[in-house]
Ligand binder design. Structure first.
Ligand SMILES: Nc1ncnc2c1ncn2[C@@H]1O[C@H](COP(=O)(O)OP(=O)(O)OP(=O)(O)O)[C@@H](O)[C@H]1O
Length: 249
């Protein structure tokens, strides 16, 4: 069931959080009334010291976890109104994931890995779209290989193509360059940037790396479960300074 989010009246944002709080037993307030809007076609980086709530924010925004209070929307649908089956359907249709450790299925070819989300969703692939994606991530000549036969950067590029195969409203990337060397990490970030600029993809990336976050349009800086700073077109230098100051507080 589609419902207009608080942002209705303008173009539906890819993601919206409205006063989202998440507490864990032991009175841990992992998120404290966080509100944010991720407009379509933007690249958002989420930064902050360890334990500041980045992963919890991503999990609540992606429908992997339920807020204790507040509302979370993906593509205009309020996640909290859905039962588990519908929530899974929404994730399969509207959300792509990229992980630090790629999470490709070792026994499947690159092509079958890329197609997996579509198969799981029972959807027939848009072949033109997938072919374009494969070209864009530079794996057209690697489709029959197994993940173990690819370099780390190639595996992450396969994972990126997989995340976009179902044309999701938003892709969540959790430390996507964390396992890569500097140069390969830069290439992966350039690819994410290209997907935003070239295809209008919306990307939300959690990262510890100020240089990675500097590729985003916008950086949200978290501390103690709150967004304490928002930087437009951030530089690596300003983000490093900001996070270091929070870590030493
Ligand atoms: N399942 C859980 N049960 C209890 N407390 C949790 C749970 N998950 C997270 N927390 C706590 O919530 C707070 C936020 O954690 P979260 O993992 O979101 O932070 P983070 O910014 O992603 O950290 P890191 O950068 O180290 O991955 C921390 O205090 C953490 O210990």
């Amino acid at each position: 069931m589609r419902q207009p989010g608080p942002g209705s009246g303008r173009r539906t944002p890819a993601v919206e959080l409205a006063g989202v709080t998440k507490t864990y037993p032991g009175d841990v307030r992992a998120l404290d009334e966080v509100s944010l809007v991720v407009e379509r076609g933007t690249f958002l980086a989420v930064m902050g010291p360890s334990g500041s709530g980045k992963s919890t924010l991503m999990h609540c925004a992606a429908g992997l976890d339920s807020p204790t209070a507040g509302r979370a929307f993906i593509d205009g649908t309020e996640i909290g109104t859905l039962n588990e089956t519908r929530r899974t359907e929404l994730r399969r249709k509207s959300v792509g994931f990229i992980f630090q450790s790629y999470n490709l299925v070792p026994s499947l070819s690159v092509e079958d890995n890329i197609m997996l989300p579509l198969r799981l969703a029972g959807r027939s692939p848009d072949r033109e779209w997938v072919r374009g994606l494969v070209e864009r991530v530079g794996l057209a000549d690697r489709l029959t290989r197994r993940p173990a036969e690819l370099s780390g950067g190639q595996q992450q590029r396969a994972a990126i193509a997989r995340a976009l195969a179902a044309r999701p409203a938003v892709v969540f990337a959790d430390e996507p360059t964390g396992a890569l060397d500097l140069r390969t990490g830069r290439e992966v970030l350039a690819l994410l940037r290209d997907l935003v600029d070239g295809l209008g993809q919306t990307v939300v990336m959690v990262t510890h790396d100020p240089a990675a976050a500097a590729r985003a349009d916008l950086a949200k800086v978290m501390a103690d479960g709150r967004v304490v700073d928002t930087r437009v077109k951030p530089t690596a230098g300003e983000l490093a300074t900001c996070v270091t100051a929070l870590e030493t507080e």
